[in-house]
Design a protein around this ligand. Structure first.
Ligand code: ATP
Ligand code: MG
Ligand code: FE
Length: 333
């Protein structure tokens, strides 16, 4: 059973072919990073235009690399939210056109559910229930995944997402866009104890996050140092900022897993590509007898394969969506 997954919610146009919801036949990712770099972030109108220009070519390449024809595709899954609305509609329109022209069933996929489903591609035997830390450019959530199509949100960010904090701080300290991977690398050379930033845990027992305060602390620190005529040590700053973020994320995730009595937790979303988070989560899970699942970095950031995996399980349970499928900038999990 072959599923085509189509992803265009932000700045990656990606189409994948996946067998039985688990095995990647091809996963073509056309990133627009180099285009948006000169603007310091994703420009929505430019993103839409590039999706439109690229999507047919990406689809052809995905079919070519998987060595199959459209006649062999059994299901089309497409991200229909959340994301940039002008970007989402390109993928949804392409999916609907193909579904209609070729009479292939179609399902809409929640992008965040797609991120979680990347784990089914990485780990062939993984089945719900499990806990998930979803940590990306626009979201930071601790959720309990009770079956393939259901999850309960235990906590989320009250202001910035973790990836957004990385990207904004990277801009402040001159690392540029996309900030996450550059901070990851810079922090390797730095001392996480060099500068103290306050850890924001919120109320006792809360699984919510707040990252806008850390961003402000970094901004204040940078301004202070510059006023005093001192050079900023970028690696130390990157490492110290990052550790303030990771301490809170890891502590809350472990606490939630323990409270729910689960033994397994998966990581999902672009920030779970972060090498420090991966190492430190592994150590924390080992220390607490929890099994950690981490998709390869390429499956953490946006890709079509994760959308195909999610679509496969959604279709089995709920059947197809109609050709009136719409895109939504905000779509709750
Ligand atoms: P969402 O999934 O919430 O809709 P998105 O799709 O834009 O948002 P992703 O593609 O999942 O986000 O992830 C991109 C985010 O991940 C960016 O904020 C980026 O900086 C961050 N990121 C990617 N790699 C790393 C890394 N190695 N370390 C930290 N952050 C990273
Ligand atoms: Mg992206
Ligand atoms: Fe994403």
């Amino acid at each position: 059973f072959i599923t085509m997954g189509i992803e265009s919610s932000c700045d990656e146009t990606s189409i994948a072919l996946v067998a039985d919801g688990r095995h990647i036949l091809s996963d073509v990712i056309s990133s627009q990073i180099s285009i948006h770099t000169k603007f310091g972030g994703v420009v929505p109108e430019i993103a839409s235009r590039h999706h439109l220009q690229n999507i047919n070519r990406v689809m052809e390449r995905a079919l070519e690399e998987a060595d199959i024809t459209l006649d062999e595709v059994d299901l089309i899954g497409v991200t229909n939210g959340p994301g940039l609305i002008g970007a989402l509609v390109i993928g949804v329109a392409a999916a609907k056109a193909l579904s209609f022209a070729r009479d292939i069933p179609l399902v809409g996929v929640n992008h965040m559910h797609g991120h979680v489903s990347a784990n089914y591609l990485q780990y062939e035997d993984l089945e719900p229930p499990f806990m998930a830390l979803i940590i990306s450019g626009g979201h930071t959530n601790i959720v309990e995944v009770t079956d393939y199509n259901t999850c309960t949100v235990l906590g989320g960010t009250r202001d910035d997402a973790a990836g957004e904090a990385y990207d904004k701080v990277a801009r402040v300290i001159g690392l540029g866009y996309p900030g996450g991977p550059k901070m990851d690398r810079a922090a390797r050379e730095g001392n996480p104890d060099a500068i103290h930033f306050k850890r924001v845990y919120l109320e006792k027992g809360s699984y919510d996050f707040s990252f806008s305060g850390i961003k402000t602390q970094v901004l204040n620190y940078v301004n202070q140092e510059r006023q005093k005529g001192r050079e900023i040590n970028v690696p130390d700053l990157a490492a110290s900022f990052q550790q303030a973020l990771l301490d809170v994320i890891i502590q809350k995730t472990i606490a939630a897993v323990q409270e729910r009595g689960e033994k397994r937790v998966v990581m999902a979303g672009g920030v779970s590509a972060n090498s420090h988070l991966r190492e430190q989560m592994q150590a924390a899970c080992d220390a607490n007898g929890i099994r950690l699942y981490r998709p390869d970095p390429v499956l953490c950031t946006d890709n079509g394969a994760m959308i195909a995996a999610a679509a496969y399980y959604k279709y089995q349970k709920k059947g197809p969506d109609g050709l009136d499928l719409d895109a939504y900038a905000n779509l709750p999990l």
